[in-house]
Design a protein around this ligand. Structure first.
Ligand SMILES: NC(=O)c1ccc[n+]([C@@H]2O[C@H](COP(=O)([O-])OP(=O)(O)OC[C@H]3O[C@@H](n4cnc5c(N)ncnc54)[C@H](O)[C@@H]3O)[C@@H](O)[C@H]2O)c1
Length: 273
């Protein structure tokens, strides 16, 4: 743990050797990138996803690279499944050091057409899924005297985007969940932060240029990504690794002074105070 002593080796601060971590939505995209980053830093990672097959793929990739991981089939919108996973990690390893609530979905529907069931589904996964994770992990972390929770929001918290009301509301809710919990749990040594990425090319973004059979329409892809890239002062679209570096920082002792904050790996597309 860093503190009064001068930093002699910055990499020690981001070393997660022996820490236990859960990443939800770890079967794909950003969640896979974060799970692999945590494992590369030495953590023992539970890769949770509603798709058990893709969660297992991620765990297998980590093990093949020499890391420690196992897969769990968990639908984060079901409280008992999330609590069961946290309990299992604590039972097996004695503690849970890091939770990354990353699982999320998006739907594109104009406000006037938004059905109640669609709205509930997005809120159920994106907001309540994070809430259930925070509650279960928060209790374990308070009992052990510390931990780091990282919640995935989105650039949707900084602007109104047509057709993304449910998604935006869920992510704004995640920010307020984070800030409230940061205040409530700080005295117990539990840090809670948000990552709000800009555009990262994953299955979530590929919906704009995937054909019905799942293949990519390259022409449409180029046409979709070009204006997004141009919107970034850096001229960049993000990768899962760009977000995973932010997660590594927030998970680690390097961020011991950081809680209740929003970190925006977004290529500069939004610069709120
Ligand atoms: N890709 C982007 O541009 C972008 C930008 C900002 C924020 N985000 C956020 O990053 C997170 C990850 O998104 P991604 O882009 O990697 O998308 P993705 O679709 O590649 O990954 C999402 C993962 O979540 C899993 N998942 C979905 N519902 C679940 C449930 N009920 N329980 C457990 N797992 C579930 C999926 O199976 C999938 O593996 C999401 O919270 C998303 O809102 C993404």
């Amino acid at each position: 743990m860093n503190g009064a002593n001068p930093v002699t080796n910055p990499t020690n601060l981001t070393d997660l050797t022996g820490r236990t971590a859960i990443v939800t939505g770890a079967g794909s995209g950003i969640g896979r990138g974060i799970a692999e980053m945590f494992a590369a830093a030495g953590a023992i990672v539970s890769c949770a996803d509603v798709s058990g097959d893709t969660a297992e793929e991620t765990a297998e990739r980590i093990r093949a690279a020499g890391g420690r991981a196992r897969a769990a089939t968990v639908d984060v919108s079901h409280r008992e499944e999330v609590t069961g996973l946290v309990d299992a990690v604590v039972a097996d390893h004695g503690r849970l050091d890091i939770l990354c609530n990353n699982a999320g979905i998006i739907i594109d529907v104009p406000v006037l057409d938004l059905g109640e069931a669609e709205f509930d589904r997005v809120l159920g996964i994106n907001f309540k899924g994070a809430l259930f994770g925070c509650q279960a992990a928060g209790k374990a972390m308070v009992a052990q005297g510390g931990g780091s929770i990282i919640n995935l929001a989105s650039g949707a918290i900084d602007q109104a985007t047509p057709n993304l009301l449910a998604y935006g509301v869920s992510k704004v809710g995640v920010v307020q969940l984070t800030r409230t919990l940061a205040v409530e749990l700080g005295a117990s040594g539990v840090r809670v932060n948000v990552i709000a990425p800009g555009l990262v090319e994953t299955n979530i973004t590929r919906r704009h240029y995937s054909r019905v059979d799942g293949s990519i329409d390259e022409e449409k892809r180029a046409a979709t990504l070009a204006p997004m890239r141009a919107h970034s002062p850096l001229g960049l679209i993000g990768t899962p690794e760009d977000v995973a570096w932010a997660a590594l920082y927030l998970a680690s002792d390097a961020a011991r002074f950081v809680t209740g904050q929003i970190l925006r790996p977004n290529g500069g597309i939004a610069m709120p105070w």
